[in-house]
Design a protein around this ligand. Structure first.
Ligand SMILES: [Zn+2]
Ligand SMILES: [Zn+2]
Length: 246
């Protein structure tokens, strides 16, 4: 396969998709955008309307150094938005397209649009978006519209932790602290970064005292819930607490 031909093909395809996307959702009429790597959602909004899409992060282009960094090479990028980029890298390895396999190198705005076009094609995107921060352009591929109700449910599953930034939420009883040794009972066996089996699953843990009260009351009721006084923590904090208390 010839790289230039392939890129031209991808680029033309993205141009068509982009026009469709912009028209269909009237994307340019939304003054605000907000993206969240933890949930993998980008939200466009104005005072009355909201529009949510799932996205992949392709990479970032630095304004200061004119360098491109693939998201898979960026340790600050969360797994949720970069895990599928492995497909693009593997494609590069298979066809000997070096620029798809090197993490960081000097490039140009024109060329990084090529990378975005390739990613759109290989990951079946519906269009691209390029938010700008003070020092970078961030290249994203949008791939699925998410209904607003569904999007807000998904966003609620993440919290901003002072220590760990934005992470999945977790629940622990009031007696479980990072340096306590109070026992650790869980709703189900957990490990870090695990994918949940069911959509409604959450990390939930309580101490031995809470377990006693729970058993006395034949499960969770108003009294056992009051005794445990469940708090919200982030996933990382949850596993620090688990380490100390189990
Ligand atoms: Zn407890
Ligand atoms: Zn935390």
């Amino acid at each position: 396969m010839n790289y230039n031909e392939f890129v031209t093909n991808c680029f033309n395809q993205l141009a068509r998709k982009q026009e469709e996307l912009t028209d269909k959702y009237d994307l340019n009429s939304y003054p605000n955008w907000f993206y969240d790597q933890a949930s993998g959602l980008i939200t466009f909004s104005d005072d009355e309307r909201e529009l949510n899409f799932r996205y992949h992060e392709v990479g970032t282009f630095s304004k200061g150094t004119n360098t491109w960094k693939w998201s898979w090479d960026n340790e600050n990028t969360l797994k949720k938005v970069k895990q599928n980029l492995e497909v693009v890298k593997q494609f590069g390895i298979e066809y000997g397209f070096d620029k798809l396999t090197q993490g960081l190198f000097e490039s140009s705005m024109e060329e990084v649009w090529d990378f975005t076009s390739i990613t759109t094609k290989l990951l079946n995107g519906i269009g691209a978006y390029r938010p700008e921060t003070e020092r970078h352009f961030i290249f994203m591929v949008l791939y699925e519209l998410v209904e607003n109700e569904q999007a807000s449910e998904e966003k609620e599953k993440y919290i901003d932790c002072e220590k760990h930034e934005r992470r999945r939420r977790a629940f622990v009883c009031q007696h479980l602290k990072k340096n306590s040794k109070n026992g650790f009972e869980e709703a189900f066996e957990t490990y870090e970064d695990m994918e949940f089996e069911y959509e409604d699953d959450d990390f939930q843990a309580w101490c031995y005292e809470c377990e006693k009260v729970r058993v006395e009351h034949d499960g969770w009721n108003d009294e056992s819930m009051e005794f445990s006084d469940i708090k919200l923590v982030c996933e990382k904090c949850y596993f620090e607490i688990k380490e100390s208390n189990k």
